[in-house]
Each structure stands twice: as C-alpha cells, then as structure tokens.
Design a protein around this ligand. Structure first.
Ligand code: 5GP
Length: 121
C-alpha cells in the first residue's frame, strides 16, 4: 500500500485546531477525542500527531518514542474512561477492505457496554 499523506483529511484539521474536538487525552505525540458518531457508550479515537495514513505506515516509520506514546495513550484513555475492569475493544480500520474513512491512522476504543460479535453478520 502507498502511504502518501493527504493533509486535508478531517483528523489533520483537528490536529491543526481548524475544527473542534472533544479531547479526552493530549500527549506529546498523540491525541484522543470522542468519535462524533459514537457506536458504543464509550467511543474514543486515538491518533498519532504525526502524518501517518495507516497502522502499518505508523508501525514502519514512526519513532520508538511516538509508538510508545501512542500505545500508552490508548491504555491511559481506557483507564480514565473506566474500561479496564469491564473490558473494551480496539479497532484500527485500514484501507479499502477495512473501510477506512479517514486517511490518518487511528485506533477506535469502544466500551462501556457489551460489544457483541467482532464483525457484523
Ligand atoms: P474509520 O472508518 O476511518 O475507521 O473511522 C473514522 C471515524 O471518524 C468514524 O467513526 C467517524 O464517526 C469519525 N469522524 C469522522 N469525522 C469526524 C469528526 O469531524 N470529528 C470526530 N470527532 N470524529 C469524526
């Protein structure tokens, strides 16, 4: 997959402060904010601040510091949202098969309720 980053995507605009967001956590390399169309009682998106299109792009090209920050940001959001005990689900949609809508790498955190099967049937 090619990873040409398009900085007109909606998450790039959020990172530049051009459109508002409901921030849950803001770290040196990552931003977490509530999904505008929540699919569960808790639905938070975590994005790296760097210009990465997909999970594989991020894993390949981000620095160790960016990857550590991102990984810990996800766990910190789960802790703050009270999801650790009841459980939660992490999803990263990638590309065409994954139906990725926004071409800026992100992980969905879903929880706060029973989430049902992994895929729609
Ligand atoms: P994807 O399908 O790319 O994995 O998910 C993109 C997510 O971004 C969707 O769940 C969608 O609701 C969310 N989203 C799209 N536009 C905005 C926005 O402007 N603000 C926020 N907070 N979420 C958005």
């Amino acid at each position: 997959m090619t990873h040409a980053y398009d900085d007109t995507n909606i998450f790039a605009k959020i990172l530049r402060g051009e459109i508002p967001n409901d921030t849950v956590l803001d770290t040196e390399h990552s931003l977490a904010f509530r999904d505008i169309t929540p699919k569960a009682a808790v639905h938070v998106l975590v994005i790296p601040k760097g210009a990465y299109v997909t999970y594989d792009h991020f894993a390949r090209e981000a620095s160790d510091a960016q990857i550590a920050d991102f990984t810990r940001a996800i766990a910190e959001v789960c802790r703050r949202e009270g999801l650790e005990e009841g459980g939660y689900r992490l999803i990263s949609n990638v590309g065409e098969a994954g139906l990725q809508e926004v071409p800026h790498m992100h992980v969905h955190i879903l929880g706060g309720q029973s989430l049902g099967p992994l895929l729609a049937e």
